[in-house]
Design a protein around this ligand. Structure first.
Ligand code: FES
Length: 84
């Protein structure tokens, strides 16, 4: 990935500066679990302990269901924690 693409893509994992585009590449390369995304691009395994994993899960679940990454990235863990 060239530097220009990295700048234009949303940062998902701030600890390791991993962009949405990099995660999409991992998914297109065959990552089917969070651990496989971690192995491909180091997203989710930074110093904070993985605060981005809810977003990674949203990207993963959406990609597995539709074959595409969503335009807007939600944090599934925050959504699930909202009171009803
Ligand atoms: S933001 Fe991804 S591990 Fe910290």
């Amino acid at each position: 990935m060239n530097k220009q693409n990295k700048v234009k893509s949303e940062i998902i994992c701030r600890c390791n500066s991993v962009t949405k585009a990099q995660i999409e590449l991992a998914l297109k390369a065959g990552a089917k679990t969070l651990n496989e995304i971690f192995d491909h691009c180091n997203a989710g395994v930074g110093a904070c302990g993985g605060s981005c994993r809810g977003k990674l899960k949203h990207l993963l679940d959406s990609y597995l269901a539709t074959g595409q990454v969503p335009e807007k990235v939600e944090d599934l863990w925050l959504i699930q924690k909202k009171p009803k």
